[in-house]
Design a protein around this ligand. Structure first.
Ligand code: FAD
Length: 333
């Protein structure tokens, strides 16, 4: 290989995906095909959401096991602690560790329906920071869990012993958590998560690069040191936009909304959503984002097109599934 080519090769953009557990057997089969396609692109990790109050515990774990056993990608389990006793949360963490999952996105979770912030719905753990601490404690208790040999799983041997290298992510909210009283509370919450041992954050979706970049600046000034991955959700229809706004509490991005509303075809709307996400991704990377985290909606084609548009896919092409060499996570380096 010509060394000059190596020297001039642009640095690889780390990226990752989020999936949700399927509700039907047909959905599970389709999701396996999606995972194969996403895994072939070489993400740092694929995260799997966790249904409110543990409603998807079994199906989330099944998806994580598929990623663990059938791909070379690190599976990341979202876990929530709202409504759990200390013993229940510890047992849950142990169950995922026993299955071979060692990366987590530690979340508090939303209040159950019919309750409100302030009601006594929380359970023993009052915040995501406490869940981060508990994950570290349970991991440390498993002696020596990192040397567990799972047949056919070289990845299990690669887990490192110091607490900083275990991947525990948390949520961040560039435009504020809906219940937070001030911007400084959102930053303080992130600092509390860092103090608890989190080493990565993933943001709630947002529509303007400035919102993320100014949030990062404030977080850095306050002492937040871990990488904060921007969460990008390509919005490919007016219905999806409405649903996302309902769930996230984000403000309506009027220009994108109008474009989607006046475009009559599904294909045209999809293009608009991809173009918007590509522009956002490019601005974020130019502004120094450490990578891109894509909400995939259990489909591969849209998010791979976004990465392609951002120049994040090797050779600029959409990859086909094939075995590929494992790489150490770059986000934590
Ligand atoms: P926390 O960080 O604990 O914060 C919750 C609220 O408490 C905030 O208002 C915060 O400001 C406040 N707070 C926290 N700590 C303190 C403190 N020390 N002092 C004062 N106030 C404090 N939900 C699911 O059910 N399943 C999922 O899989 C899931 N995945 C998600 C993935 C991402 C990337 C994101 C951004 C969110 C996800 N959520 C998920 C939603 C999340 O559970 C909700 O946003 C929930 O309301 C808050 O969770 P949190 O981890 O941010 O909680």
């Amino acid at each position: 290989t010509d060394p000059a080519c190596i020297a001039s090769a642009p640095p690889r953009v780390p990226f990752s995906f989020e999936l949700y557990p399927p509700k039907t057997d047909a959905g599970a089969t389709a999701l396996h095909a999606t995972i194969d396609r996403l895994a072939a692109a070489g993400p740092e990790f694929i995260s799997v959401t966790y249904g409110a109050n543990g409603s998807s515990r079994g199906s989330s774990l099944e998806v994580l096991k598929y990623i663990l056993h059938e791909t070379h990608v690190d599976p990341m389990a979202h876990l929530t602690c709202v409504g759990s006793s200390h013993a229940e949360a510890s047992a849950l963490i142990r169950e995922f560790l026993d299955a071979g999952v060692h990366s987590f996105l530690a979340l508090r979770g939303d209040p159950p329906q019919g309750t409100r912030e302030g009601d006594s719905f929380l359970g023993d753990l009052g915040s995501a920071a406490e869940l981060v601490q508990l994950i570290h404690r349970v991991q440390a208790e498993k002696v020596p869990y990192r040397e567990t040999v799972i047949p056919g799983l070289p990845r299990a041997r690669r887990l490192r012993t110091d607490r900083e290298k275990v991947r525990i992510g948390v949520a961040a909210f560039p435009n504020g958590h809906p219940q937070s009283r001030s911007t400084s509370q959102d930053i303080d919450t992130l600092l509390a998560k860092q103090a608890a041992g989190a080493n990565l954050a993933i943001t709630q979706l947002f529509f303007h690069a400035d919102h993320y970049l100014s949030f990062i600046q404030r977080a850095r000034e306050a002492g937040v040191e871990f990488p904060i991955l921007p969460g990008i959700m390509p919005v490919t229809s007016p219905n999806r936009l409405r649903r996302i706004l309902e769930l996230s509490g984000e403000e309506l991005p009027s220009e994108l909304s109008i474009q989607l509303e006046i475009e009559p075809t599904d294909a045209g709307q999809r293009e608009i959503g991809i173009d918007h996400a590509v522009r956002l991704g490019q601005e974020l990377l130019a502004g120094g984002a450490p990578g891109l985290h894509l909400y995939a909606f259990n489909q591969h084609d849209t998010v791979l097109s976004v990465l392609e548009g951002c120049g994040a896919l090797p050779n600029g092409r959409t990859p086909t599934p094939q075995p590929h060499p494992t790489t150490a996570p770059t986000i934590l380096r």
